[in-house]
Design a protein around this ligand. Structure first.
Ligand SMILES: *[C@@H]1O[C@H](CO)[C@@H](O)[C@H](O)[C@H]1NC(C)=O
Ligand SMILES: *[C@@H]1O[C@H](CO)[C@@H](O)[C@H](O)[C@H]1NC(C)=O
Ligand SMILES: *[C@@H]1O[C@H](CO)[C@@H](O)[C@H](O)[C@H]1NC(C)=O
Length: 360
C-alpha cells in the first residue's frame, strides 16, 4: 500500500515537473523501471527568501551571539529552509519567526534583537522558554504592522509592557506570560481592535487594571492578568465587555468584582482567587448559560451563594477561604452539592448544608 502511494505521489510530482519551464521530463516516465532510479521521498525544492529579509535574519543571528540553535542559518543556503522561520510560499517574505530553546542546545543569551523590526511581513513573532533572554521589549517591534501573534513567554525579559504595542493594529494574540515585566498595564492596549487574547500573567506588574479595558471592541478579548501585583479596584467599565475568560487571580485587588458577572453574559471562566476582594456574593448574577469555571477562593467575599449555582454545569468551583454564610444551594438540575467536596467550601464564616454539615 505504502509503496503504491509513494509511486502515485512521485508520478504526480513528475507530471507537475514536466510542466516546468525547464522542460525536463517532457515525456513522463511510463515504466516502473525508470521510477526505480528516482529518489523514494519526493523533494520539494527549498527556496531562498527575500534578500533583504535574509540580511535581517543574519543580523538577528549576530545580535543573539551566533547561537548554536541557529546553526542552520547559513548565508550559503536558501533561507526558507532555515530552522525556526517560515516563508510566505508566494512572496518568499519571512512571515514567522519563532525562537525557542531546548535543553540540548546551549542556553541562548542576549536581548530581543531590535533588528526583528526590519522584517516587515512578519505575522507571528515568538520568543519562548529562553531563561537567559534579558532586557526590554525593543521599540522597533512597533514597526511590525502585519503582526498578528506576539508571544514573549517564560523569558527573563524585563522593563515595562510598552504602550507602543497598541500600534500593532492587527494583533490577535498578545501573550507576555512568565517574564519579569514591571510597572503599570498601558491603557492604550484597549485600542487593539482585533485582539482576542491578552495574557500578561506571571510578571511583576503593579497599579490598577486600566479603566479603558471596558472599551475593548466587544465582546472583548480573554483577559489573563493573574500572578502579578495589581492593586486597586476592578473598574466598573469591565462590566461592558463579555470575554470568554477573565482571570485576575493572585493579585492585590480590593473591592467589588460583581461587574464581571451578569445573567446574560457568555463568560465561561471567572477566576478572581487570592486577592483582597470584598463584596456581597448574594448580589451577583451567575452567567447561567455559559459559566463552567468559578474560583473566588482566598478573598473577603461575604453573603450567600446564589441559588443559580445549582443550575450551571461547573467543571471547577472553589469558594473556600472567604466570609460566606448560609446554605449551599441544594438540588437544582446540576446538583452542586454532589460535584464538589468540602474543600471547595472550607474556611468561610457560616456556610452550611451538604457537603458541609447540616444547617441549624
Ligand atoms: C542551560 O541552563 C540550564 C539551567 O540553568 C542548565 O541546567 C543547563 O545545563 C544549561 N545548558 C547548557 C548546554 O549550558
Ligand atoms: C532573571 O532576572 C531576575 C530578576 O532580574 C534574576 O533574579 C534572575 O537571576 C534572572 N535569571 C536568569 C536565568 O538570568
Ligand atoms: C479550593 O482552594 C483551596 C485553597 O487554595 C484548596 O485548598 C482546595 O483544595 C481547593 N478545592 C478545590 C475543590 O478545588
Amino acid at each position: 500500500m505504502f509503496c503504491r502511494a509513494t509511486i502515485a505521489l512521485t508520478l504526480t510530482l513528475l507530471s507537475l515537473l514536466s510542466l516546468s519551464p525547464l522542460g525536463f521530463g517532457s515525456s513522463p516516465p511510463q515504466s516502473s523501471q525508470s521510477l526505480s532510479v528516482m529518489p523514494i521521498t519526493p523533494i520539494t525544492p527549498i527556496k531562498d527568501c527575500n534578500s533583504q529579509d535574509k540580511k535581517v535574519l543574519l543580523q538577528i543571528k549576530k545580535d543573539l551571539n551566533n547561537p548554536y540553535l541557529l546553526a542552520s542559518w547559513d548565508p550559503k543556503t536558501p533561507c526558507c529552509g532555515w530552522y525556526l522561520i517560515q516563508c510566505d510560499e508566494i512572496t518568499d517574505r519571512i512571515i514567522s519567526l519563532s525562537i525557542r530553546d531546548s535543553p540540548v542546545f546551549t542556553n541562548l543569551t542576549g536581548h530581543i534583537p531590535p533588528s526583528v523590526g526590519d522584517l516587515p511581513y512578519l505575522q507571528s513573532l515568538s520568543f519562548h522558554r529562553l531563561p537567559y533572554l534579558t532586557g526590554p521589549i525593543p521599540p522597533t517591534i512597533a514597526k511590525l504592522k502585519n503582526l498578528k501573534y506576539l508571544f514573549i513567554e517564560y523569558t527573563n525579559v524585563s522593563g515595562p509592557v510598552p504602550p507602543f504595542l497598541a500600534q500593532l493594529k492587527n494583533l490577535i494574540l498578545l501573550h507576555l506570560t512568565g517574564n519579569y515585566l514591571s510597572g503599570p498595564i498601558p491603557s492604550a492596549l484597549s485600542q487593539l481592535p482585533k485582539l482576542t487574547s491578552l495574557r500578561l500573567d506571571g510578571n511583576k506588574l503593579t497599579g490598577p487594571i486600566p479603566e479603558s479595558f471596558g472599551s475593548f471592541k466587544k465582546p472583548g478579548p480573554d483577559i489573563i492578568l493573574s500572578r502579578n501585583q495589581l492593586s486597586g479596584t476592578i473598574p466598573t467599565s469591565l462590566g461592558q465587555i463579555d470575554p470568554d475568560t477573565i482571570d485576575l487571580s493572585r493579585n492585590k485587588l480590593v473591592g467589588d468584582a460583581s461587574v464581571l458577572f451578569g445573567s446574560k453574559k457568555r463568560t465561561q471562566k471567572i477566576d478572581i482567587s487570592r486577592n483582597l476582594l470584598s463584596f456581597d456574593f448574594s448580589k451577583v448574577q451567575i452567567p447561567i448559560k455559559s459559566l463552567i469555571w468559578l474560583d473566588i477562593n482566598h478573598n473577603n467575599i461575604y453573603g450567600k451563594l446564589p441559588v443559580e449555582l445549582a443550575k450551571v454545569e461547573l467543571q471547577q468551583f472553589n469558594v473556600s477561604y472567604n466570609k460566606l454564610c448560609g446554605q449551599i444551594p441544594q438540588g437544582g438540575t446540576k446538583r452542586l452539592q454532589d460535584n464538589f467536596d468540602k474543600y471547595a467550601y472550607l474556611h468561610n464564616k457560616c456556610l452550611c448544608g451538604a457537603p458541609l454539615s447540616k444547617c441549624k
